[in-house]
Design a binder for this molecule. Structure first.
Ligand code: PRT
Ligand code: MG
Length: 223
């Protein structure tokens, strides 16, 4: 049996076409069923539904053989033993610094002032500001980062941005892009050895599906 860890929502939705191209149909809709383990059209492949931030943990400890996780999540995950063979180019967004539209971020950085930054992504934020030589006090949050600059909790936030409408709705502006984010396939290293053939075949099928999807998008963009 091969177990694939996915999270509900955009990662699940964006993984479906890749799975399909790899010849795997998921037999249930997680939004309608309460099941946490769902079967597929392949009797030897099942999907387990976990929180997005738990995917690397499941794969690291062998609760799943492979999984799909955002680069944002992987950069915060401390464990070892994960093989990352493939960028799936799905669930794309960017990690950015945002502030209240009235906050002069450039001036604060230039003057070398200490700024307070609230984020769920403390590792990534710490590295980013250290590389710039900016002094920061990091405040760890687990959600609704946008609220921090509005309440005076922080001067800035580090968060994921996709359309930018969440920032806009809260009078925040993106002042610096840190990196592009997409989801990656992660594989348990022991599973890769023990179930080498079927896992290799899956990775190859995903790689072909990703390339085909990108070629189609490229052609669409060019026409
Ligand atoms: O929701 P839950 O707490 O269970 O976990 P999660 O938020 O980690 O899961 P989910 O499904 O929301 O996100 C899974 C992965 O999708 C993330 O780890 C990212 O790699 C990726 N992704 C892509 C995003 C976004 N785009 C995104 N826009 N994750 C979150 N957002 C949020 C962002 O944090 C902000 O609150 O959407 C809001 C901004 O969106 P815009 O369109 O208004 O800019
Ligand atoms: Mg979410």
């Amino acid at each position: 049996m091969i177990t694939l860890a996915l999270s509900k929502g955009r990662i699940f939705d964006d993984s479906l076409p890749l799975l399909k191209a790899a010849g795997i149909e998921v037999l249930e809709d997680p939004e309608k069923s309460r099941k946490l383990i769902i079967g597929t059209s392949r009797p030897d492949v099942r999907v387990v539904l976990v929180r997005a931030t738990d995917v690397p943990t499941y794969v690291q400890y062998g609760g799943a053989d492979l999984g799909v996780a955002g680069l944002d999540v992987l950069l915060e995950h401390e464990g070892a033993g994960l093989y990352r063979p493939l960028d799936l180019h799905i669930a794309r967004c960017r990690m950015s610094v945002a502030t209240h539209r009235d906050f002069d971020y450039a001036a604060a950085v230039k003057q070398g002032s200490r700024i307070r930054v609230a984020t769920k992504y403390t590792q990534t934020a710490r590295q980013h500001f250290a590389a710039k030589g900016v002094h920061v006090d990091l405040i760890k949050l687990y959600g609704s980062m946008e609220l921090a600059p509005l309440t005076g909790l922080a001067d800035a936030i580090v968060d994921l941005v996709s359309t930018g409408s969440t920032l806009k709705a809260n009078h925040l502006v993106e002042v610096e892009k840190i990196m592009d984010i997409s989801s990656r396939l992660v594989v348990n290293q022991a599973a890769l050895k023990l179930k080498r053939e079927p896992i290799r075949a899956l990775i190859d099928a995903f790689a072909r599906a990703v390339d085909a999807g990108r070629a189609t998008r490229f052609a669409q963009a060019a026409s």
